[in-house]
Design a protein around this ligand. Sequence first.
Ligand code: AOF
Ligand code: ZN
Length: 343
Amino acid sequence: MRRALELAQHGRGSVSPNPMVGCVIVHDLGNVPTGRMLGEGWHRQYGGPHAEVNAIRAVSDADETLLPESTAYVTLEPCSHYGKTPPCADLLIAKKIGRVVCCNDDPNPLVSGQGFAKLRAAGIDVITGLLAEEGRRLNARFFTFFEQKRPHIILKWAETADGFIGGVGAKPVAISGPLASRLVHRWRSEEDAILVGTTTARNDNPRLNVRHWPGTSPMRIVLDRSLTLPKNLHLFDGSQPTRVYHKPAVASPGDGPNPNLIYVPADSLETLLTDLHRQRIQSVLVEGGAQTLTSFLEAGLWDEIRLFRSPNSLYDGVRAPQVRGKLADQQQVDEDLLLVYRQ
Ligand code: AOF
Ligand code: ZN
């Protein structure tokens, strides 16, 4: 299963919004199991064959007779639906696989339990929950999206050694170093959307795109409750799909000349997240500022915090949000210390 988890990761960046899935078929049942790996595969491309299909295809004709004495180790419950491809459960049944072992049940309501039910009904031994934690971590966005009906939320900020996220007044100050900034661009390329609040949009005039890393720029989200942000900000240049959330009481400007700029009324973070869920956005990187980050933290609407602590002090300015959660990881990034917290 560890091998299957490893293989699944080769799909990173090319299977979204589908989950990363890996599959390894091993001859390990019957009277004389050899423990030999007969075939392996992973879901390579969105819309392409699933992991199980690729693993079965890799099994030689001679080895096909061994499938009833073999286990398919799959990181996710085999699908039971006709989507872009036919059901993997049907394929495993047709190939008379002996046993199926998985990390997790598929939270997608199109599958969710029905894949296992199909396999069991065909008399196939099914075990689930092996390396369940690792399986969930691998597809954290996919699981949050289906289980909590909102995108996976990552809060990111940089603070000084004395706990400030910004200086006095509206002028932006650099807190973390250039390597941290490259890393942030990589993170941007890995998520479906990036969000900032009104004050950050106004004071920093961010582009919220991916420049210091190869990869595509995600959707931009800006909170402009009263629709008072100047229209000449980079965020409104229409170069990327951008959703602007405003109070329902404020009249929306409606469809402008740029189809990439979409105005959406929302009265709370919950409404905003429901809208993003409807748009099939599986993950959001929240990049500030302090007020916006704090509102996500206080509502408990977050899954991960990535915090850079720089060695410098500011002595005065905007206080960084109060961290909650468990420290899951820490790593030095040049001069800055990256701290990762999870709920
Ligand atoms: C599997 N093996 O490798 C993957 C699965 O549109 P489709 O046909 O590609 O189906 C996508 C859904 O299938 C996805 O949301 C998830 O529930 C499941 N993904 N299932 O048996 C795989 N990638
Ligand atoms: Zn499938």
